[in-house]
Design a protein around this ligand. Structure first.
Ligand code: NAG
Ligand code: NAG
Ligand code: NAG
Length: 339
């Protein structure tokens, strides 16, 4: 008898907590719709990671723009679509030929290495015209980039997409703030995409059309319209966006590569890569499925897997302070660069 009463009471308590949890989830969802950024004031509620990843999918919406070309539609682009690209909120391939099955758009730019910048410009204009209000962040990647979308969303979650910022693996160049590696992938906030389209792409002073490298040029255009180059390294200074293949990073970053000349923040050679890493470059055809297997399927027996909480979102003032801080970060790589 006593045991039955105890069970009843326990059941009621659990039920009430679940109801509260449900209300909490509904509430934060609504708030996010109506304001630029909702700041969680309630104590973080531990939830299963799968539930959090699902929530992130809806709250940190990413449109992926993957640079490819017709000869790669059935090879690398198809691999992107069947692996990480499927986890984007929307996936669009920037190409010179329409491909409905793939979701490739013909941007009417002649295929050539010299035209990659023109193609990315056209792609970012296309994304702006059709989708700027539908997504929060706009990722530009190559067809040999591999992106862990869940970690990208987790990294972006605290930041307001209405702040003018972009993230990626930062390279140094002749202008002080540098730019983000195109191969590691870079991600623009909604406001960065808006500024690029409203004030840069139509202005030859801020954003000249030429045949230079797309990442360097887009970076320059963004900086010229007040978009801040954000810092995406983790709390130990390890990079999350990686411009190399893992075999050149582990167990040590190989020194004497082109990276020595380009890195903006000095890497720790023996501890290169963040545990919450986001991207790799130079993905080979056989790598896509291998990464999928190791990242999404293989389970290690006995490895603790604890429920986690989402980080706090920054409010307007905190975001402003972050932008100012990032804007003043200067490279510790002072060697001259000759590109
Ligand atoms: C490319 O050109 C065709 C024909 O003029 C046009 O229908 C299409 O909308 C253009 N594509 C883009 C992305 O502008
Ligand atoms: C670019 O477009 C914006 C918004 O329509 C306009 O205010 C600005 O004057 C244009 N710039 C140039 C150089 O045409
Ligand atoms: C580099 O990483 C190693 C291994 O994690 C660590 O022991 C060392 O303190 C790091 N060095 C710097 C300068 O952070």
């Amino acid at each position: 008898m006593f045991r039955n009463v105890l069970c009843l009471v326990l059941g009621l308590i659990v039920g009430m907590q679940l109801t509260e949890l449900w209300d909490y989830l509904m509430l934060t969802g609504d708030e996010y719709e109506s304001t630029a950024i909702a700041v969680d004031t309630a104590a973080p509620t531990p939830l299963a990671e799968a539930t959090l990843a699902d929530r992130l999918y809806h709250e940190t919406r990413v449109l992926c723009l993957v640079l490819t070309m017709p000869t790669q539609h059935k090879t690398k682009a198809a691999k992107v679509m069947s692996t990480w690209g499927a986890r984007c909120n929307k996936l669009i391939f920037l190409s010179s030929q329409d491909d409905v099955e793939l979701g490739a758009v013909n941007l009417n730019v002649t295929e050539s290495r010299d035209n990659l910048y023109a193609k990315v410009r056209a792609g970012l204009a296309y994304a702006y015209e059709h989708y700027v209000e539908d997504y929060d962040w706009f990722l530009k990647a190559d067809d040999d980039t591999y992106v862990v979308m869940e970690n990208l969303r987790l990294f972006l979650y605290p930041y307001d997409p209405e702040a003018a910022v972009f993230f990626g693996h930062r390279f140094r160049t002749t202008y002080p703030h540098g730019y983000m590696s195109g191969g590691a992938g870079y991600v623009l906030s909604r406001d960065a995409l808006r500024r690029l389209n409203l004030f840069a792409l139509n202005n030859t002073k801020f954003c000249p059309l030429n045949t230079n490298a797309e990442d360097r040029q887009i970076g320059h255009c963004l900086l010229n319209v007040g978009v801040v180059a954000g810092d995406s390294r983790d709390e130990l200074g390890r990079e999350r966006f990686l411009p190399l293949h893992p075999r050149h990073l582990m167990p040590r970053i190989q020194s004497g590569t082109w990276l020595d000349k380009y890195y903006y923040f000095k890497p720790n050679l023996s501890d290169c890569c963040s545990d919450s890493g986001i991207s790799f470059h130079y993905t080979k055809m056989y790598d896509y499925d291998m990464y999928e297997f190791f990242l999404y399927h293989l389970r290690i027996f006995g490895l603790p897997k604890t429920p986690s909480v989402l980080p706090q979102r920054l409010d307007y003032k905190q975001m402003e302070e972050k932008l100012q801080y990032w804007d003043q970060q200067i490279s510790d790589n002072t060697a001259p660069i000759d590109d």
